[in-house]
Structures are given as C-alpha cells and as structure tokens.
Design a protein around this ligand. Structure first.
Ligand SMILES: O=C(c1ccc(-c2ccco2)nc1O)N(Cc1ccccn1)C1CC1
Length: 409
C-alpha cells in the first residue's frame, strides 16, 4: 500500500520497492484501459498541503466527471491545468512475513509510524506514549504532546474479527501519507491494545479506509483519512495494488494498458461491500454457482468464502482436509494447488494456485495452511489480501454511489 508523493524521477528510484496500496486520483478517467507495470504505488493527488486552494480547473474537472456519463469530455487545457493544480506523492509499504499484512510509513504529528492500511475498518489508531510500555515495547509511538490537540472527553474502542482490539483517547493532528496532508485528522491514541497487536512489532497502528459510518469514536464520530482529504483530491478514489512478496508494480498514470471492470458497492454496513458471482477451480474460466455478499478488505490476510465454495476448491487438492486444531483447511506444502477463478461485475479474476499456499504450520515445513478458508460465522465473504494481491483494485467514490473496480494484474 503506498501513497504517491515522489516526483516521477523519484518513483523510478526504487523500482523493486514492496507492494503498495495506492490511493490514486489520476486526472485521467479510470474507465480508460489500464495495466500495472513496474512498482505499485499509493498515489493520492490533492491541492497543496496547508491552505486548501479552491482550484478552478479542479472544480471544472469535477463537473466534467459528473457529466461524463452524458458524454462530457474535459478540454486538454482544463485537464492539464487541473493536473498542475494538484500534487502527488508516494511512499512505499512493506509486506510482513507471508504477506500477513502490508504496512505503510505515515507521518503523524511529525513522527513516522508504520500503519496497516485497512479497507475493512474506519479508525486511524496508533500506538502512543499513552500505551502501557508492557503493551508497546518494540513499537513506534505517537506522542500527542508535541502537536496534538486533545479532543477532550472523546474515546474510541474497536474489536476485530480475529478477536484483537484496541481502545484509547483522541487528538487532532497533522497526518501526512506521501505528499498527501490532512492538516487536522482525528488520531486515535491507544491507551490499551490486545496481545495480537503487542506481538506484531512491525505494526504501529491502523489507517482505516472503510466508510466513516463505522468509525468508533464517541461522542462524535470522526472521519477516515480518505474522507478527511477527499475533497482536495483530483479524483475521489484510491487504489490497492498489492503484490505477493516484495516485487511490486508501479502505478504510473501514463503507463496503463488493460481494462478495469466496476461492480456496485453498498455502504450500509460501512464496508466496501459487493456481490461476487460464480467461481471455478483450475484452468477453466467458465464460472458457475454464486458466492454472494462480499467485502474487499486489505486488512484481512486470507480469502474467506462460503463453505460450499471452499469444499469445491479443496476437493481438487489431494490430501487437503479441514483440521480442527488449526481451524482451517491444511494440505501438504508440496501439493499442487489449482487456481481459483471468480466472476465479479461480469469479469473473471484468477487467484494463482501458488497464492493459495499461505504458509507452513509445522516446523518441518511439510504441512501448509490454505489461503482460502470458510466464512463461517462472519456473515459475508471477505476478499482479503490473497485475492487483492491477484488484481488491481480501485475504491472509487468519484460518482454519486461508490463502486469497486478490478483489473487483472
Ligand atoms: O476484523 C474485521 C473488522 C473490522 C472492523 C470492525 C469494526 C467494528 C467497529 C468498527 O469497525 N470489526 C471487524 O470485525 N473484519 C474482518 C473479519 C475477519 C474475520 C471475522 C470477522 N471480521 C471486518 C471487515 C469484516
């Protein structure tokens, strides 16, 4: 996951930088053909930091975008003027071991922390000097006393599906991701974190990218970083271009070939929620059946699907079985895994079989845990990193109703 801040020259500097979640707001319409080449980036373009200038060309571009559906096309000089009015930058992210999560350095009150960009939640919370040292050893900590403005009486408390959670108090401070600045963002300082977070010393907190309707701050709900900066972006969208391992693909607005297919999103639960259609296992792209209600969640590692779908998949993996002790499907690490194909919005996307061998579960490295698991007890399917690193994903709020776009990598 990666916000874009560098100039093009700088972006070429580290072509092999790790995968990134890209918040792209290219002035080009994303309906145009795209292909990802090079290093993936998180690119957000916005009006210069600090004073938010009301840019005429940007306002005009928004008007052209609004009426694009009836054929409006912005003249080249308006497009280039709008492009000149916004800045863009990028900062690389780092996949943890086994791509368990992807972390992106973020400046919070001038202090750099590595945060997990999570489209499945809506709180920006950080380890802080208020977190007991017994729970925060090894983590970078936000110190609100330097530039944070306390939001007196405000608290937050979040629990995640894996049983982890955190809680604390709230400050307003400057948050910069790449070249993108929120001059006054709600920063949720942890006064307590669960053991899962304490133990993951790479992770200094979360940056939520779901809808602000599920932000947990009380008594006044706060906006996500994206919602805070959205109005200053040339295009109100961000993109996720995650990769398996360190290799990544650069998102450069001028280097896209391919096409993006969109699917409608319902925001009633606060997630990027969509309907996934049929699926197939192996080489055939002829899908059948239906996966149904699903969310796109960069903060979830695996791909959680209906029981029937998961059984159909592992039926094709000799020796695979559901292991109660492990709480999921396991198989021999030397097993040949078929691809998993899924139809979304009329297009079919393929998760390569190798992506579905998630990680060894025994010290001998002979038994491996599946990247596809059952969604039992969740209530919907979760298209986490195992799927998202197989595609280029666009989290798009450029139109009156949010939508998700996917393109084959
Ligand atoms: O972990 C969460 C998750 C994220 C945010 C919130 C939340 C509560 C209040 C605001 O946000 N609650 C969650 O539970 N998963 C993934 C998941 C995985 C496994 C089981 C259940 N879920 C949400 C995105 C679906």
């Amino acid at each position: 996951m990666d916000f874009l801040i560098q100039s093009k020259a700088q972006q070429q500097e580290s072509p092999n930088a790790p995968p990134v979640l890209a918040m792209a707001s290219a002035t080009l319409s994303l309906a145009a053909p795209y292909e990802i080449v090079g290093r993936s980036t998180f690119s957000v373009e916005q009006v210069a930091a600090g004073k938010v200038l009301k840019s005429g060309p940007i306002a005009m571009m928004n008007t052209y975008a609004k009426y694009a559906k009836v054929g409006a096309v912005a003249p080249a000089d308006v497009t280039s003027a709008a492009a000149a009015a916004v800045q863009s930058g990028q900062v690389a992210a780092n996949p943890e071991a086994y791509d368990e999560s992807y972390l992106c350095p973020v400046s919070v009150g001038g202090q750099t922390l590595n945060l997990d960009f999570d489209t499945g939640s809506a709180d920006l919370w950080v380890f802080s000097t208020l977190t007991p040292s017994s729970e925060s050893t090894g983590h970078a900590k936000y110190n609100p006393s330097t530039s944070g403005k306390v939001k007196s009486g405000y608290t937050w408390d979040i629990s995640y599906g894996d049983g982890s959670g955190a809680s604390g108090t709230v400050y307003a401070d400057k948050v910069v991701v790449g070249g993108v600045t929120a001059t006054s963002q709600a920063v949720e300082a942890a006064t307590s974190v669960s053991s899962q977070f304490t133990q993951d010393t790479d992770n200094d907190g979360l940056l939520g990218l779901a809808f602000s309707s599920i932000n947990t701050v009380e008594p006044v709900q706060q906006t996500t970083f994206f919602d805070t900066v959205k109005s200053t972006l040339a295009k109100q969208l961000f993109t996720a271009d995650l990769k398996k391992g360190a290799a990544g693909a650069y998102i450069d607005t001028s280097k896209y070939v391919g096409s993006i297919t969109y699917v409608p999103v319902t925001t009633s639960n606060g997630f990027w929620e969509f309907t996934a259609s049929g699926y197939s296992v192996g080489t055939s792209k002829t899908t059948s059946g239906s996966i149904g209600d699903s969310i796109a969640d960069t903060g979830t590692t695996l791909l959680y699907l209906p029981t029937a779908t998961v059984q159909a998949y592992y039926k094709q993996v000799s020796g695979a079985s559901y292991n109660n002790a492990q709480g999921g499907y396991i198989f021999s690490c030397s097993a040949t895994l078929p691809a998993f194909n899924v139809a979304i919005g009329g297009a079919v996307y393929t998760v390569p079989g190798s992506y579905i061998n998630y990680a060894p579960i025994n010290s001998a490295g002979t038994q491996c845990f599946g990247g596809i698991q059952e969604n039992t007890g969740i209530g919907f399917s979760i298209f986490g990193d195992i799927f998202l690193k197989s595609v280029f994903a666009v989290f798009d709020e450029t139109t009156s109703s949010p939508r998700l776009g996917f393109a084959e990598q």
